[in-house]
Design a protein around this ligand. Structure first.
Ligand SMILES: Nc1nc2c(ncn2[C@@H]2O[C@H](COP(=O)(O)OP(=O)(O)OP(=O)(O)O)[C@@H](O)[C@H]2O)c(=O)[nH]1
Ligand SMILES: [Mg+2]
Ligand SMILES: [Zn+2]
Length: 310
């Protein structure tokens, strides 16, 4: 039988199959793979993976096979021994969530998530929550930041209900994964969209503005047969250290359309003369802060690759 992994706990997974959840263990050969340690990934199975299972008499099951993935949403932090963490597999949409305050906005974090989404060809929705706490000019800033990109920006409030229906409509009939810092309201927004869920939400510390990592597991919530949402624990960092510096520009939506006009090919839009991207920044067509963020990521990748190969 075929099913989809809704939760992973070590060698055990919950698999949603024929409208029920089945606790499954992995077949020995898959376990050996895990124990041997995959070279590239820290995990070999992720929430969202489609699997073939055999049901056992006691209503548990065995995972026989992991089916090929359409895509996977992952991160890779700095460090020689750090592997790629697969956060979720087979996603139609990534929702990168932030809040206007508590914790405060940091779009550079979202930029790295955006790079991953372009690389994996997964549409990105940037949801900025807690708009009830926004200050004057905040809305304009976030919408300006992603102008001329393929990103959909939604400003929301789980507390007041603002734009909850709009987000719900976007996520309808898709498998989406919601990611972001702890405390931005990922679980709260799920409850606001689907009050019947009554998921547990947490406090944000008044002194640091940080969340308390209330959600502790990646888990898929099956809304109906076609709408699935993956809630994730708060991320402190989102690394993309597996991306080589010279290809980074390809993963910035609004750069890639114009890069053919740069004199240097490939151009990293940094030190090279006669660069179209730098011209567009000057003309205000590319938002300057996005360009600064790009250079920031570029330098961190260059530094990292230099130390890796020295
Ligand atoms: N003012 C305001 N507070 C909100 C809003 N949405 C959520 N919160 C509050 O933010 C806090 C954290 O919410 P959670 O939904 O637990 O955040 P989370 O992103 O799921 O956090 P983790 O599970 O720790 O990653 C709670 O106290 C919520 O009540 C909002 O729109 N406005
Ligand atoms: Mg949560
Ligand atoms: Zn260039």
């Amino acid at each position: 039988m075929k099913g989809v992994v809704s939760k992973v706990m070590g060698l055990y997974c919950t698999v949603y199959c024929d409208a029920i959840y089945i606790n499954c263990v992995m077949r020995g050969k898959l376990r050996q793979l895990i124990e041997a340690g995959s070279k590239k990934f820290s995990n070999i199975i992720a929430v969202g993976d489609e699997v073939v299972i055999t049901k056992l008499d006691d209503s548990s099951g065995v995972i026989e096979e992991i089916l090929p993935r359409r895509n996977y949403f992952s991160r890779k932090e700095k460090g020689k021994h750090k592997k790629i963490d697969m956060i979720a597999a087979n996603c139609d949409c990534v929702v990168a969530m932030q809040s206007f305050a508590l914790p405060r906005l940091n779009l550079r974090f979202v930029d790295r998530i955006a790079v991953r989404c372009v690389e994996q060809n997964i549409p990105l929705v940037v949801c900025i929550n807690k708009c009830d706490l926004a200050k004057k000019g905040d809305y304009e800033y976030v919408t300006g930041y992603y102008k001329n990109t393929d990103v959909t920006v939604i400003i929301s409030s789980a507390n007041t209900g603002y734009n909850i229906k709009a987000l719900k409509d976007i996520l309808h009939q898709k498998t989406s994964v919601i990611v972001g810092y702890s405390g931005v309201g990922k679980t709260s927004i799920l409850n606001a969209m689907y009050p019947q869920l009554s998921l547990v939400v947490g406090e944000v510390s008044g002194s640091t503005g940080k969340g308390k990592h209330t959600t502790t597991n990646v888990s898929m919530i099956i809304i109906d047969e076609t709408t699935r949402i993956i809630d994730t624990p708060g991320l402190r960092e989102f690394g993309i250290m597996d991306i080589e510096p010279h290809v980074l520009g390809k993963y910035f939506y609004e750069f890639d359309n114009y890069a053919h006009k740069c004199s240097f090919k490939p151009c990293t839009h940094d030190h090279e003369p006669d660069c179209e991207i730098k011209r567009l920044v000057q003309k205000g067509i590319i938002f300057e802060e996005r360009y600064i963020s790009y250079r920031n990521i570029l330098y961190s990748l260059k530094d990292y690759y230099a130390t890796m190969y020295s």
